[in-house]
Design a protein around this ligand. Structure first.
Ligand SMILES: NC(=O)c1ccc[n+]([C@@H]2O[C@H](COP(=O)([O-])OP(=O)(O)OC[C@H]3O[C@@H](n4cnc5c(N)ncnc54)[C@H](O)[C@@H]3O)[C@@H](O)[C@H]2O)c1
Length: 295
Protein backbone atom coordinates (compact mmCIF):
# COMPACT_ATOMS: atom_id res chain seq x y z
CA UNK A 1 0.00 0.00 0.00
CA UNK A 2 2.78 2.39 1.04
CA UNK A 3 4.76 1.51 -2.12
CA UNK A 4 1.69 2.25 -4.28
CA UNK A 5 1.25 5.62 -2.56
CA UNK A 6 4.94 6.52 -3.05
CA UNK A 7 4.71 5.53 -6.72
CA UNK A 8 1.59 7.71 -7.08
CA UNK A 9 3.41 10.67 -5.48
CA UNK A 10 6.48 10.27 -7.69
CA UNK A 11 4.32 10.05 -10.85
CA UNK A 12 2.53 13.25 -9.83
CA UNK A 13 5.88 14.95 -9.32
CA UNK A 14 7.13 13.75 -12.73
CA UNK A 15 3.95 15.01 -14.36
CA UNK A 16 4.11 18.47 -12.83
CA UNK A 17 7.87 18.69 -13.52
CA UNK A 18 7.21 17.70 -17.16
CA UNK A 19 4.47 20.34 -17.44
CA UNK A 20 6.76 22.93 -15.88
CA UNK A 21 9.71 22.13 -18.17
CA UNK A 22 7.68 21.79 -21.36
CA UNK A 23 5.27 24.58 -20.41
CA UNK A 24 2.52 22.12 -21.37
CA UNK A 25 -0.68 21.87 -19.33
CA UNK A 26 -0.93 18.56 -17.47
CA UNK A 27 -3.37 16.38 -19.49
CA UNK A 28 -5.06 15.20 -16.31
CA UNK A 29 -7.36 18.26 -16.29
CA UNK A 30 -10.71 17.19 -14.95
CA UNK A 31 -13.67 17.91 -17.17
CA UNK A 32 -16.79 16.10 -18.39
CA UNK A 33 -15.86 13.33 -20.87
CA UNK A 34 -18.98 14.13 -22.93
CA UNK A 35 -17.18 17.23 -24.24
CA UNK A 36 -14.54 15.06 -25.94
CA UNK A 37 -14.54 14.88 -29.74
CA UNK A 38 -12.15 11.95 -29.96
CA UNK A 39 -12.97 9.74 -32.94
CA UNK A 40 -15.09 12.45 -34.60
CA UNK A 41 -14.45 14.09 -37.96
CA UNK A 42 -15.31 17.78 -38.17
CA UNK A 43 -15.60 19.82 -41.37
CA UNK A 44 -15.26 23.59 -41.06
CA UNK A 45 -15.84 25.97 -43.99
CA UNK A 46 -14.07 29.33 -44.06
CA UNK A 47 -11.40 27.78 -41.83
CA UNK A 48 -8.36 29.47 -43.37
CA UNK A 49 -8.74 32.35 -40.92
CA UNK A 50 -11.02 34.06 -38.40
CA UNK A 51 -13.72 32.16 -36.58
CA UNK A 52 -13.50 29.08 -38.81
CA UNK A 53 -9.84 28.66 -37.94
CA UNK A 54 -10.64 29.06 -34.24
CA UNK A 55 -13.37 26.40 -34.48
CA UNK A 56 -10.98 23.94 -36.15
CA UNK A 57 -8.38 24.67 -33.46
CA UNK A 58 -10.93 23.98 -30.72
CA UNK A 59 -11.92 20.70 -32.40
CA UNK A 60 -8.28 19.60 -32.75
CA UNK A 61 -7.68 20.45 -29.07
CA UNK A 62 -10.68 18.26 -28.22
CA UNK A 63 -9.25 15.25 -30.07
CA UNK A 64 -11.16 15.48 -33.38
CA UNK A 65 -9.85 15.00 -36.89
CA UNK A 66 -10.78 17.80 -39.24
CA UNK A 67 -11.17 19.24 -42.72
CA UNK A 68 -10.16 22.85 -43.33
CA UNK A 69 -12.23 24.19 -46.25
CA UNK A 70 -11.56 27.59 -47.85
CA UNK A 71 -11.28 29.31 -51.21
CA UNK A 72 -7.66 28.40 -51.95
CA UNK A 73 -5.57 25.36 -51.15
CA UNK A 74 -2.59 27.49 -50.10
CA UNK A 75 -4.67 29.36 -47.50
CA UNK A 76 -6.12 26.10 -46.15
CA UNK A 77 -2.67 24.48 -46.01
CA UNK A 78 -1.24 27.45 -44.13
CA UNK A 79 -4.09 27.33 -41.63
CA UNK A 80 -3.63 23.58 -41.04
CA UNK A 81 0.12 24.08 -40.58
CA UNK A 82 -0.43 26.89 -38.08
CA UNK A 83 -3.09 25.04 -36.05
CA UNK A 84 -0.98 21.86 -35.97
CA UNK A 85 2.02 23.80 -34.65
CA UNK A 86 -0.08 25.61 -32.06
CA UNK A 87 -1.69 22.41 -30.79
CA UNK A 88 1.68 20.62 -30.62
CA UNK A 89 3.13 23.52 -28.59
CA UNK A 90 0.42 23.46 -25.95
CA UNK A 91 -0.57 19.77 -25.74
CA UNK A 92 0.59 16.25 -26.53
CA UNK A 93 -2.13 15.83 -29.19
CA UNK A 94 -1.10 14.88 -32.74
CA UNK A 95 -3.44 16.65 -35.16
CA UNK A 96 -5.03 14.99 -38.16
CA UNK A 97 -6.20 18.03 -40.14
CA UNK A 98 -6.40 18.21 -43.93
CA UNK A 99 -6.76 21.20 -46.29
CA UNK A 100 -9.32 21.55 -49.09
CA UNK A 101 -9.95 24.26 -51.69
CA UNK A 102 -13.62 24.91 -52.38
CA UNK A 103 -15.89 27.77 -53.31
CA UNK A 104 -18.90 27.17 -51.08
CA UNK A 105 -21.22 28.91 -53.57
CA UNK A 106 -20.50 26.51 -56.44
CA UNK A 107 -22.67 23.39 -56.25
CA UNK A 108 -20.28 21.10 -58.18
CA UNK A 109 -17.33 22.32 -56.08
CA UNK A 110 -19.16 21.53 -52.84
CA UNK A 111 -20.15 18.06 -54.06
CA UNK A 112 -16.60 17.20 -55.16
CA UNK A 113 -15.07 18.54 -51.96
CA UNK A 114 -17.57 16.71 -49.77
CA UNK A 115 -16.96 13.42 -51.60
CA UNK A 116 -13.19 13.88 -51.24
CA UNK A 117 -13.49 14.59 -47.50
CA UNK A 118 -15.65 11.48 -46.98
CA UNK A 119 -13.23 9.37 -48.99
CA UNK A 120 -10.25 10.76 -46.98
CA UNK A 121 -11.80 10.41 -43.52
CA UNK A 122 -14.43 7.69 -44.05
CA UNK A 123 -17.27 9.73 -42.48
CA UNK A 124 -18.20 13.16 -41.15
CA UNK A 125 -19.80 13.74 -37.73
CA UNK A 126 -19.75 17.53 -37.45
CA UNK A 127 -20.16 20.40 -39.92
CA UNK A 128 -19.59 24.07 -39.13
CA UNK A 129 -20.31 26.62 -41.86
CA UNK A 130 -18.17 29.67 -41.09
CA UNK A 131 -17.51 30.88 -44.68
CA UNK A 132 -19.10 34.30 -44.91
CA UNK A 133 -18.71 37.98 -45.75
CA UNK A 134 -19.92 41.30 -44.39
CA UNK A 135 -20.70 44.45 -46.38
CA UNK A 136 -22.09 47.74 -45.14
CA UNK A 137 -24.02 49.84 -47.63
CA UNK A 138 -27.25 51.76 -47.11
CA UNK A 139 -30.21 49.79 -48.55
CA UNK A 140 -31.35 52.40 -51.10
CA UNK A 141 -27.94 52.26 -52.78
CA UNK A 142 -27.28 48.55 -52.51
CA UNK A 143 -26.58 47.21 -56.02
CA UNK A 144 -28.39 44.03 -56.95
CA UNK A 145 -25.21 42.08 -57.91
CA UNK A 146 -23.78 42.98 -54.52
CA UNK A 147 -26.95 41.77 -52.77
CA UNK A 148 -26.81 38.52 -54.78
CA UNK A 149 -23.16 37.97 -53.76
CA UNK A 150 -24.05 38.43 -50.09
CA UNK A 151 -26.84 35.87 -50.25
CA UNK A 152 -24.76 33.57 -52.45
CA UNK A 153 -21.98 33.24 -49.88
CA UNK A 154 -23.79 33.64 -46.58
CA UNK A 155 -26.95 31.71 -47.39
CA UNK A 156 -26.50 29.54 -50.51
CA UNK A 157 -22.97 28.44 -49.50
CA UNK A 158 -24.23 27.53 -46.04
CA UNK A 159 -27.17 25.59 -47.45
CA UNK A 160 -25.07 23.67 -50.02
CA UNK A 161 -22.73 22.39 -47.29
CA UNK A 162 -25.58 21.70 -44.86
CA UNK A 163 -27.40 19.71 -47.54
CA UNK A 164 -24.27 17.64 -48.29
CA UNK A 165 -23.78 16.94 -44.57
CA UNK A 166 -27.45 16.06 -43.98
CA UNK A 167 -27.52 13.67 -46.95
CA UNK A 168 -24.32 11.96 -45.77
CA UNK A 169 -25.42 11.67 -42.13
CA UNK A 170 -28.85 10.32 -43.10
CA UNK A 171 -27.36 7.72 -45.48
CA UNK A 172 -24.71 6.60 -42.96
CA UNK A 173 -27.06 6.76 -39.91
CA UNK A 174 -24.68 9.23 -38.22
CA UNK A 175 -26.13 11.10 -35.26
CA UNK A 176 -24.19 14.22 -36.21
CA UNK A 177 -24.14 17.87 -35.28
CA UNK A 178 -24.48 20.66 -37.85
CA UNK A 179 -23.73 24.19 -36.71
CA UNK A 180 -24.53 27.11 -39.01
CA UNK A 181 -22.73 30.34 -38.16
CA UNK A 182 -25.32 33.13 -38.13
CA UNK A 183 -24.76 36.35 -36.16
CA UNK A 184 -26.41 38.49 -33.51
CA UNK A 185 -27.48 40.44 -36.64
CA UNK A 186 -29.94 37.61 -37.29
CA UNK A 187 -31.90 38.83 -34.26
CA UNK A 188 -31.29 42.58 -34.01
CA UNK A 189 -30.10 45.45 -36.20
CA UNK A 190 -26.70 46.56 -34.94
CA UNK A 191 -25.81 50.26 -35.06
CA UNK A 192 -24.66 52.58 -36.52
CA UNK A 193 -23.61 50.67 -39.65
CA UNK A 194 -26.23 49.95 -42.30
CA UNK A 195 -26.19 46.34 -43.39
CA UNK A 196 -29.66 45.19 -44.49
CA UNK A 197 -28.29 42.52 -46.85
CA UNK A 198 -26.02 41.01 -44.18
CA UNK A 199 -28.79 41.04 -41.57
CA UNK A 200 -31.24 39.41 -43.99
CA UNK A 201 -28.71 36.73 -44.93
CA UNK A 202 -28.05 35.88 -41.27
CA UNK A 203 -31.76 35.88 -40.38
CA UNK A 204 -32.22 33.34 -43.17
CA UNK A 205 -29.33 31.20 -41.87
CA UNK A 206 -30.87 31.15 -38.39
CA UNK A 207 -34.23 30.02 -39.82
CA UNK A 208 -32.53 27.47 -42.07
CA UNK A 209 -30.99 25.85 -38.99
CA UNK A 210 -34.41 25.61 -37.31
CA UNK A 211 -35.99 24.14 -40.45
CA UNK A 212 -33.28 21.49 -40.88
CA UNK A 213 -33.54 20.69 -37.16
CA UNK A 214 -37.18 19.71 -37.66
CA UNK A 215 -36.45 17.66 -40.80
CA UNK A 216 -33.37 15.79 -39.57
CA UNK A 217 -33.92 15.79 -35.79
CA UNK A 218 -36.07 12.62 -36.02
CA UNK A 219 -32.95 10.87 -37.38
CA UNK A 220 -30.76 12.02 -34.49
CA UNK A 221 -29.04 14.77 -36.49
CA UNK A 222 -28.95 18.02 -34.53
CA UNK A 223 -28.88 21.37 -36.35
CA UNK A 224 -28.32 24.64 -34.53
CA UNK A 225 -27.00 28.11 -35.29
CA UNK A 226 -24.29 29.97 -33.41
CA UNK A 227 -24.66 33.74 -33.39
CA UNK A 228 -21.53 35.63 -32.34
CA UNK A 229 -21.41 39.29 -31.40
CA UNK A 230 -18.37 41.43 -32.26
CA UNK A 231 -15.28 39.22 -32.56
CA UNK A 232 -11.82 40.55 -33.34
CA UNK A 233 -11.26 38.72 -36.66
CA UNK A 234 -9.82 39.85 -40.01
CA UNK A 235 -13.37 40.40 -41.26
CA UNK A 236 -13.89 43.05 -38.58
CA UNK A 237 -10.36 44.45 -38.98
CA UNK A 238 -11.00 44.96 -42.71
CA UNK A 239 -14.31 46.63 -41.93
CA UNK A 240 -12.67 49.00 -39.45
CA UNK A 241 -9.99 49.93 -41.98
CA UNK A 242 -12.76 50.94 -44.38
CA UNK A 243 -15.09 52.62 -41.90
CA UNK A 244 -12.82 54.04 -39.22
CA UNK A 245 -11.79 52.79 -35.82
CA UNK A 246 -14.21 55.10 -33.96
CA UNK A 247 -16.83 52.49 -34.86
CA UNK A 248 -15.38 50.22 -32.14
CA UNK A 249 -15.97 52.88 -29.44
CA UNK A 250 -19.58 53.07 -30.55
CA UNK A 251 -19.97 49.30 -30.42
CA UNK A 252 -18.30 48.93 -27.05
CA UNK A 253 -20.72 51.38 -25.47
CA UNK A 254 -23.51 48.96 -26.42
CA UNK A 255 -21.81 45.80 -25.11
CA UNK A 256 -22.54 45.23 -21.40
CA UNK A 257 -19.15 43.48 -21.03
CA UNK A 258 -17.59 46.65 -22.48
CA UNK A 259 -15.33 45.00 -25.06
CA UNK A 260 -15.18 42.98 -28.26
CA UNK A 261 -14.37 39.28 -27.91
CA UNK A 262 -11.24 37.41 -28.84
CA UNK A 263 -12.29 34.70 -31.33
CA UNK A 264 -10.91 31.99 -29.02
CA UNK A 265 -13.69 32.89 -26.58
CA UNK A 266 -15.95 30.74 -28.78
CA UNK A 267 -13.89 27.55 -28.22
CA UNK A 268 -16.04 26.32 -25.36
CA UNK A 269 -19.34 27.06 -27.08
CA UNK A 270 -18.45 25.37 -30.38
CA UNK A 271 -17.10 22.23 -28.68
CA UNK A 272 -20.21 22.06 -26.51
CA UNK A 273 -22.47 22.41 -29.58
CA UNK A 274 -20.52 19.81 -31.58
CA UNK A 275 -20.19 17.21 -28.82
CA UNK A 276 -22.57 14.97 -26.86
CA UNK A 277 -22.48 17.60 -24.11
CA UNK A 278 -25.29 19.36 -26.02
CA UNK A 279 -27.22 16.17 -26.91
CA UNK A 280 -30.65 17.82 -26.41
CA UNK A 281 -29.80 21.08 -28.20
CA UNK A 282 -31.64 21.15 -31.53
CA UNK A 283 -33.04 24.07 -33.55
CA UNK A 284 -31.57 26.62 -31.13
CA UNK A 285 -29.80 29.85 -31.90
CA UNK A 286 -26.97 30.28 -29.40
CA UNK A 287 -26.04 33.96 -29.04
CA UNK A 288 -22.57 34.78 -27.68
CA UNK A 289 -22.36 38.56 -27.72
CA UNK A 290 -21.21 39.87 -24.31
CA UNK A 291 -24.82 40.96 -23.74
CA UNK A 292 -25.23 43.23 -26.80
CA UNK A 293 -28.69 41.90 -27.67
CA UNK A 294 -30.02 42.41 -24.11
CA UNK A 295 -30.94 46.05 -24.54
N1 LIG B 1 -16.16 38.45 -36.80
C1 LIG B 1 -17.32 38.75 -36.23
O1 LIG B 1 -17.42 39.65 -35.40
C2 LIG B 1 -18.56 37.96 -36.60
C3 LIG B 1 -19.72 38.19 -35.85
C4 LIG B 1 -20.87 37.49 -36.15
C5 LIG B 1 -20.86 36.56 -37.19
N2 LIG B 1 -19.72 36.36 -37.89
C6 LIG B 1 -19.79 35.39 -38.98
O2 LIG B 1 -18.83 34.38 -38.80
C7 LIG B 1 -18.38 33.92 -40.07
C8 LIG B 1 -16.87 34.01 -40.12
O3 LIG B 1 -16.49 35.36 -39.94
P1 LIG B 1 -14.97 35.79 -39.73
O4 LIG B 1 -15.00 37.01 -38.91
O5 LIG B 1 -14.18 34.63 -39.32
O6 LIG B 1 -14.60 36.20 -41.24
P2 LIG B 1 -13.20 36.14 -42.01
O7 LIG B 1 -13.35 37.05 -43.19
O8 LIG B 1 -12.07 36.36 -41.09
O9 LIG B 1 -13.16 34.62 -42.53
C9 LIG B 1 -14.09 34.15 -43.45
C10 LIG B 1 -13.45 33.03 -44.26
O10 LIG B 1 -14.44 32.58 -45.20
C11 LIG B 1 -13.80 32.34 -46.43
N3 LIG B 1 -14.76 32.42 -47.53
C12 LIG B 1 -15.41 33.51 -47.99
N4 LIG B 1 -16.17 33.20 -49.05
C13 LIG B 1 -16.01 31.87 -49.26
C14 LIG B 1 -16.54 30.96 -50.19
N5 LIG B 1 -17.38 31.35 -51.16
N6 LIG B 1 -16.18 29.67 -50.12
C15 LIG B 1 -15.33 29.24 -49.16
N7 LIG B 1 -14.79 30.06 -48.23
C16 LIG B 1 -15.13 31.36 -48.29
C17 LIG B 1 -12.76 33.45 -46.53
O11 LIG B 1 -11.75 33.12 -47.49
C18 LIG B 1 -12.25 33.51 -45.10
O12 LIG B 1 -11.15 32.67 -44.88
C19 LIG B 1 -19.09 34.79 -41.13
O13 LIG B 1 -20.23 34.13 -41.59
C20 LIG B 1 -19.50 36.01 -40.33
O14 LIG B 1 -20.63 36.63 -40.86
C21 LIG B 1 -18.57 37.03 -37.62
Amino acid sequence: MLRKYLLFLSLRRVNSFRSFILQKPCRAVKTLPIFSLEGRTCVVTGAARGLGKEFLTAFALSGARGACVDLTLSASEESVRHITEHVAKSTDITCDLRPYACNATVESDVKQTWDKIVSDFGKVDVLVTAAGIVDNVEAENYDFPRWRKMLDINLDGTWLFARAAGKHMLAQHIRGSIILIASMSATICVRPQKQAAYNASKGAVQMLAKSLATEWGPHGIRVNSLSPGYMHTDLIKNLLEKEGKQLVDNWQKDIPLGRMAHPSELHGTIVWMASNASSYLNGSDVIVDGGYTCW
